[in-house]
Design a protein around this ligand. Structure first.
Ligand SMILES: [Zn+2]
Length: 158
């Protein structure tokens, strides 16, 4: 059996924060505002995995009201979510993602981002892909006020 999952997240971009995608820090004068480290790609990925397995969502697993997750490393949260998905008998087939922001450019960091996510999910690098897009200057994303991630994943269970 296979199941598909979809996740979406958005974070405001503010000064004094790191700009993280998939656990990789990109050089940027602004970064993601958030209760945890704000890694928008990892958050969308967690929702895609949990959704595909029918195991809830990121807000249920890691409530912002719980101080445990203050400034949490999102890759650590991903590892916890992945353990739950594995415990339910699922393995990940592949991940595909789109990250939208005006800056910084994702492409120079794509290999590192793919490697980081693949390592956390015990996948070969070719099973993880991510594309960077701009919003052509439109709306909050295009004005550089926010970054958005969309992620789909495929799970399979024997
Ligand atoms: Zn988030």
């Amino acid at each position: 059996m296979v199941r598909i999952g979809l996740g979406r997240d958005l974070h405001r971009l503010v000064s004094g924060r790191r700009f993280l995608l998939g656990g990789v820090e990109l050089p940027s004068p602004v970064g993601e505002q958030g209760h945890s480290d704000g890694d928008v790609l990892v958050h969308a990925l967690i929702d895609a995995l949990l959704g595909a397995a029918g195991l809830g969502d990121i807000g249920e697993l890691f409530p912002p009201s719980d101080a445990t997750w203050q400034d949490a490393d999102s890759l650590h949260l991903l590892a916890i979510a992945f353990d739950k998905v594995k415990a339910a008998g699922w393995s990940v087939v592949n991940i595909d993602a789109v990250v939208t922001c005006e800056a910084p450019k994702l492409l120079p960091h794509r290999a590192a981002i793919r490697a980081s996510v693949a390592a956390t999910l015990e996948l070969p690098i070719d099973a993880v892909f991510v594309k960077g897009k701009t919003n052509e200057g439109c709306d909050s994303l295009g004005k550089g006020h926010a970054v958005e991630a969309l992620v789909v994943c495929l799970l399979e269970r024997a």
